[in-house]
Write a protein that binds this ligand. Structure first.
Ligand code: KG4
Ligand code: ZN
Length: 361
């Protein structure tokens, strides 16, 4: 939980309840910001996340039906807990924000239904937010005294690997993304191949610490091509072949721990090289002097290290949120404040959207 670090006067301040159920984390947060037309970066009064990892780990990935059922069970307790930790009563809430895209439809519907019900009951504005804009806004939330926008944005998560030209928190133009797996998805699938746990990112990172990142020369798709796209499916297959031979079946049992560590380190290095190189290419092409990173993979310390080197070499300011704001959480829906200031309030007939819808708002 992030503690409040100051508050505005009651007359000017607005308490917003934010809800996040796009994938497998049920999140609720209370944020305090300035009442429109004033604007500014809100303060996080509380942020609660109920993780579903233990429900999905034996499947090696998120099972949509299990995710939506768990959201149904968790959404009200999580909202209650967020209010309790913020020391705020429901009647004090002046606006509701909810991520309505992109994500798993069944999961999104649970959050949106809760948000609509509360907005209707409290008679307060409902603000629908884009999950990817939320991930990038986490950079601003974590750096309230610095100006993050305009910047290049990179969202790297279990479902997305996308580069954006962010002229403002709500002006995010998609530059390119993955043509197959997302980076986080590749971490999860490779961890499963290597017999490591779920979610795969932290497990691979841990195993990689005792491995040699140059032990295997894994492919780095599009590395030297002038396109802002990613592909990780070939890399995943290369790890499979290195582990089990070209038929994908050999040596299934008893792989030495050092070989697993080397495979993990070499895989991680290949993903990180591509992510950092493409971010550099996008910076060169668009000329931004700031870059913001969001999504669960931004928790990876090797990625952070190489990004920092790249940004320093280019003289670019780098924003990477703390871990708690990298992985899915509701606090990052604080992007609702600029949205509210811009008058972008949703009506109660709004629906969820599974995929990226751009540039439509
Ligand atoms: O943003 P997020 O919490 O949820 C989605 O919107 O997908 O990201 C989850 C993803 C998972 O694929 C997980 O394996 C990955 O982020 N991840 C990591 C690390 N921590 C989480 N990947 C690499 N290294 C990490 N330390
Ligand atoms: Zn996410």
């Amino acid at each position: 939980m992030t503690a409040a670090s100051g508050s505005t006067s009651e007359r000017e301040s607005l308490l917003l309840l934010a809800i996040e159920t796009t994938c497998d984390e049920t999140g609720a947060a209370v944020l305090e910001g300035l009442r429109p037309p004033a604007s500014g970066v809100p303060v996080v009064r509380s942020s609660v996340v109920s993780s579903q990892i233990s429900l999905h780990d034996r499947f090696g990935g998120v099972v949509p039906e299990i995710a939506s059922r768990a959201h149904v069970r968790q959404i009200l307790p999580v909202i209650d807990e967020a209010l309790r930790r913020a020391k705020v009563r429901l009647e004090q809430i002046g606006a509701i924000a909810v991520a309505t895209r992109p994500g798993l439809v069944g999961s999104l519907v649970v959050g949106l239904t809760a948000a609509k019900s509360l907005a209707l009951a409290l008679n307060v504005p409902l603000i629908a937010v884009d999950h990817l804009e939320c991930h990038l806004y986490a950079c601003q939330l974590a750096n309230p005294d610095r100006k993050v926008y305009p910047c290049l944005g990179l969202v790297v998560s279990g479902g997305h690997t996308s580069l954006f030209a962010c002229r403002g928190p709500l002006e995010t133009e998609l530059l390119g993304g993955t043509i197959d797996d997302a980076a986080g998805e590749a971490f999860d699938k490779v961890a499963s191949l290597l017999g490591l746990g779920y979610p795969g990112g932290p497990e691979i990172e841990k195993a990689a610490k005792s491995g040699n990142p140059r032990a295997f020369a894994f492919p780095r798709a599009f590395l030297h091509e002038d396109r802002l796209e990613f592909s990780f499916s070939g890399l995943k297959t290369a790890v499979l072949y290195a582990l089990r031979g070209q038929d994908g079946k050999s040596a299934e049992s008893s792989v030495e721990p050092q070989r697993i560590a080397d495979l993990a380190a070499s895989f991680q290095e290949a993903v990180v090289d591509v992510l950092v190189a493409k971010t550099g290419q996008a910076l060169d092409r668009l000329g931004f002097d700031k870059v913001g990173i969001g999504g669960g993979v931004a928790a990876n310390s090797r990625f952070r290290e190489k990004l920092a080197e790249m940004a320093k070499a280019r003289g670019v300011e780098l924003f990477v949120p703390p871990m708690s704001l990298c992985t899915d959480n509701a606090a990052m829906a604080g992007v609702a404040f600029p949205k509210l200031a811009a008058g972008l309030v949703s009506t109660l007939d709004i629906d969820v959207t599974a995929g990226l819808v751009r540039p439509g708002r």
